[in-house]
Design a protein around this ligand. Structure first.
Ligand code: ZN
Length: 222
């Protein structure tokens, strides 16, 4: 989850990288800076720099919160440290290099480097399909990622619904980043790419024995 400011006070809910739980980082101390700050096109008249602490393990946190006086309502969480990646579980049989790429994409998402995250989720999809035999070397028609996704759906190792999502939310987004003019990539787009990349890893690696049997029947792997 993304760090979220409480509706009632200045505590922040976030993944704690020390105790590996979603916890409340509670306010311990704050410095107030009075001045105009614009954040996401909204204007605020002061900024609070807040020292927080994980209620579970005591790890320190730091929040930067623009607001308009002693009201939490309408306050914004501009920054929160430590960075706390939204880590989704993946099956144990996922190859190490693919999982490492996936974790780095999650870290980019936590750092809000959304374009880098999108390119890496696309890379995870491409590496995953390659590891499962969807390469040009195996089949001359598999010239690009689009055709590899379609072939995996055609073999039944990913569902047709997943094929559509892989095209729209991972491949197309990653293509935009790699090949098209610069544009801002939203948090929601990265979240969708994240979720569907994880689901494709589950499709291919949760019940690995069954998937491997299909891949062998289809001549994708030996
Ligand atoms: Zn903690």
């Amino acid at each position: 989850m993304r760090p979220q400011l409480s509706e009632h006070n200045y505590s922040v809910s976030a993944n704690c990288p020390a105790c590996k739980a979603i916890t409340s980082f509670e306010q311990k101390h704050a410095i107030i800076w009075n001045g105009t700050r614009t954040y996401k096109e909204k204007s605020f008249n002061r900024v609070l720099y807040i020292l927080n602490q994980c209620a579970r393990c005591g790890r320190c946190g730091f929040a930067e919160v623009p607001d308009n006086g002693a009201r939490v309502n309408g306050s914004a969480l501009e920054n929160f440290f430590p960075f706390s990646p939204d880590v989704l579980p993946v099956p144990q049989s996922v190859p190490k290099d693919i999982e490492t790429e996936f974790r780095e994409a999650e870290l980019c998402a936590a750092l809000k480097t959304n374009r880098a995250a999108s390119a890496l989720f696309r890379s995870v999809l491409e590496k995953t399909l390659k590891a499962n035999g969807y390469t040009k070397g195996n089949d001359r028609s598999l010239t690009d990622l689009q055709k590899r996704i379609d072939a995996a759906a055609g073999d039944g190792v990913i569902t047709d619904a997943r094929r559509k999502k892989a095209h729209e939310d991972i491949r197309a987004l990653g293509n935009d980043v790699l090949h098209d003019d610069w544009r801002e990539v939203s948090d929601d787009e990265v979240e969708d790419a994240h979720r569907y990349t994880q689901r494709i890893l589950e499709d291919l690696y949760d019940d690995r024995a069954t998937v491997e049997a299909i891949l062998k029947t289809k001549g994708r792997i030996q």
